[in-house]
Design a protein around this ligand. Structure first.
Ligand code: HEC
Length: 143
């Protein structure tokens, strides 16, 4: 095969590989087991100390809105976990904002996912913003 054919073949393979990874990145949702039970349990301990007084021990709300159920789902549907992490990292806890590490925010997101009855998986939710931006919040299970 000539150099030009070889080049086209390689370019073709690269293009296909790239498309598959882009589709996968877009397709990943909170229904794909994106956190672990252990991580959600870490988040739960932190929740009791830093979030429960306003959002309620069971996340159903109090002085602040609840973080479970259809209203929360409606607010975040189609946004990414990167958006949700930014929201928490920048403005929460409201009485002491920007006091949490990225790992702590990821643990809290894991708890929020668990309480919204989303399935756990084998890998912790990442703490890096770029990785969280590839996971979409979907209030309803995609068919
Ligand atoms: C001092 C009270 C207070 C504390 C503590 C607090 N929050 Fe909030 N939070 C609020 C209020 C009030 C709102 C709604 C108004 C606003 O957006 O600022 C809110 C909004 C939110 C939202 C957006 C809800 C939505 O439906 O879009 C999230 C997510 C959130 N808080 C997470 C947390 C987490 C996680 C913690 C613990 C680290 C925390 N909050 C601690 C008062 C608090």
């Amino acid at each position: 095969m000539g150099a030009r054919t070889a080049f086209l073949a390689i370019a073709g393979v690269l293009t296909i590989g790239w498309s598959i990874s882009v589709v996968r990145a877009q397709d990943k949702t909170v229904w794909d087991g994106v956190y672990t039970e252990a991580q959600a349990t870490r988040g739960e301990a932190l929740w009791g100390d830093t979030c429960a007084k306003c959002h309620g021990a069971d996340l159903t709300g109090g002085d602040a809105p609840g973080l479970i159920g259809s209203e929360f789902g409606g607010n975040w549907d189609d946004l990414t976990l990167g958006d949700l992490a930014d929201r928490v990292r920048i403005s929460m806890p409201q009485d002491n904002p920007q006091s949490l590490t990225r790992e702590q925010v990821a643990d809290l997101l894991a708890l929020i996912l668990r309480r919204n009855r989303l399935p756990a998986g084998a890998t912790d939710l990442p703490s890096q913003a770029e990785a969280l931006r590839t996971i979409k919040y979907k209030a309803n299970k995609p068919s």
